[in-house]
Write a protein that binds this ligand. Structure first.
Ligand SMILES: NC(=O)c1ccc[n+]([C@@H]2O[C@H](COP(=O)([O-])OP(=O)(O)OC[C@H]3O[C@@H](n4cnc5c(N)ncnc54)[C@H](OP(=O)(O)O)[C@@H]3O)[C@@H](O)[C@H]2O)c1
Ligand SMILES: *[C@@H]1O[C@H](CO)[C@@H](O)[C@H](O)[C@H]1NC(C)=O
Ligand SMILES: *[C@@H]1O[C@H](CO)[C@@H](O)[C@H](O)[C@H]1NC(C)=O
Ligand SMILES: *[C@@H]1O[C@H](CO)[C@@H](O)[C@H](O)[C@H]1NC(C)=O
Length: 336
């Protein structure tokens, strides 16, 4: 025994040091934790796609902080399952499921009108739900699936409940976009991908649309106290890859995923930060990663494209009047 120990000492300490370095590196890659301890008490948050992944972890953290949490999900069984778990873990009973299917404008309108009746105010809206690289499906409204689910329906929802965000002391709108926006293009000539469908391009287009939406929306919200920001959660282990990764591929890439891909709880941190922290109350129109505002890609800063997309989105969602228009509030003031 006495002579084995010195011989083992070197390999064991080398192994321990390597493990330590791998864990530190991994922790670094998984991003920042929310630095704010601010509570959500007395505040209401709506999170779309809250039954799984990043949305669920965001809902969990905000329910632990005492908020009224409305989980906006398409499948009520999945939603109830996730809700029961959140209630158990957070001890907060004020967590609720509300049905909305973002692949249908009618469903979004019904959801918004229920919220309009049940809530006096909405402090935070987190447009999180998303689908990535699905087959070439069309929604009930005839639009390309990813463009509507990821972007158009959130555009409609945000505009329909804007009054409730304005009714809050300091309303916050948070969109979940992706680094994918930096490769994206808004294809105005073929917005529904009718001529050509490429699942990756359509995903990137929908995520760029969210970044541009934030830009235009934040301008329109100037002076209302409501802020609008986009969050990039980082590459995260969730169901988002379901349309592309087979079980086999997932198994093979597991060690890599453990190291490089974020846990949803960590990926949720920047969204949580933007939801609660007093120090970001006046930050708007920005793109965030790891709790800091960074510059989005050039096409995510193009104000002309943002305006053009806004007008197209109004048409595509059938929003007749531009509820959030600054000009309109000026006109109202002028006429009164
Ligand atoms: N994971 C990443 O690496 C990554 C990177 C960048 C950005 N993001 C973004 O992060 C957001 C959250 O994704 P995630 O990674 O957490 O993926 P996820 O685990 O697949 O969660 C997506 C959520 O969206 C919901 N959803 C999908 N289609 C819907 C519809 N038609 N109506 C209502 N809800 C719908 C899903 O509900 P069901 O369970 O019913 O399908 C699920 O709750 C997405 O916007 C995604 O683009 C993710
Ligand atoms: C919300 O309610 C108000 C007042 O009842 C109504 O004027 C408005 O049209 C409603 N908005 C939606 C989106 O249902
Ligand atoms: C996309 O599809 C919608 C719904 O069918 C339609 O209203 C719109 O005109 C189409 N847009 C383009 C550019 O094809
Ligand atoms: C979020 O995205 C929606 C469209 O999906 C857009 O209308 C809204 O302005 C965006 N908000 C922010 C804060 O980016």
């Amino acid at each position: 025994m006495a002579d084995i120990l010195p011989r083992l000492w070197y390999p064991l300490s080398a192994a321990a040091a390597t493990t330590g370095i791998v864990l530190l590196l991994r922790d670094f890659m998984h991003g920042e934790r929310c630095p704010s301890k601010a509570t959500m008490e007395g505040k209401t948050v709506i999170i779309t796609g809250a039954n799984n992944g990043i949305g669920k972890e965001t809902a969990k953290e905000l329910s632990k902080r005492g908020g009224r949490v409305i989980m906006a999900c398409r499948n009520m069984d999945k939603c109830q399952g996730a809700r029961d778990q959140l209630v158990q873990e957070s001890g907060n009973q004020n967590v609720h499921c509300q049905q909305v299917d973002l692949a249908s404008f009618e469903s979004v309108r019904k959801f918004a009108s229920r919220i309009n009746k049940s809530e006096a105010k909405v402090d935070v809206l987190i447009n999180n739900a998303g689908v990535m690289r699905c087959p070439h499906w069309k929604t009930a409204d005839g639009n390309e699936w990813q463009f509507q689910v990821n972007y158009l329906s959130h555009f409609l929802l945000t505009n329909l409940i804007l009054d409730k965000l304005k009714a809050a002391k300091q309303g916050r709108i948070i969109n979940t976009s992706s680094i994918a926006h930096s490769q994206g293009q808004i294809n105005f000539e073929d917005i529904n991908s009718t001529v050509k469908y490429e699942d990756t391009d359509a995903y990137m287009q929908s995520k760029l649309a969210l970044v541009l939406f934030t830009l235009e929306l934040s301008k329109r919200l100037e002076g209302t106290g409501v802020t609008a920001n986009t969050v990039y959660p980082g590459v995260t282990k969730t169901n988002i890859g379901q349309h592309k990764l087979s079980k086999m591929e997932s198994a093979v890439t597991k060690p890599f995923m453990w190291f490089a891909l974020r846990d949803p709880a960590r990926a949720a941190q920047t969204g949580v930060y933007l939801s609660v922290a007093p120090e970001v109350a006046d930050k708007t129109g920005k793109y965030w990663k790891d709790t800091v505002a960074i510059t989005p890609a050039a096409q995510g800063r193009d104000e002309d494209i943002a305006k053009k997309l806004w007008d197209l989105s109004l048409k595509m969602t059938g929003l007749s009047e531009d509820v959030s228009s600054k000009d309109q509030s000026k006109e109202e003031k002028a006429s009164s």
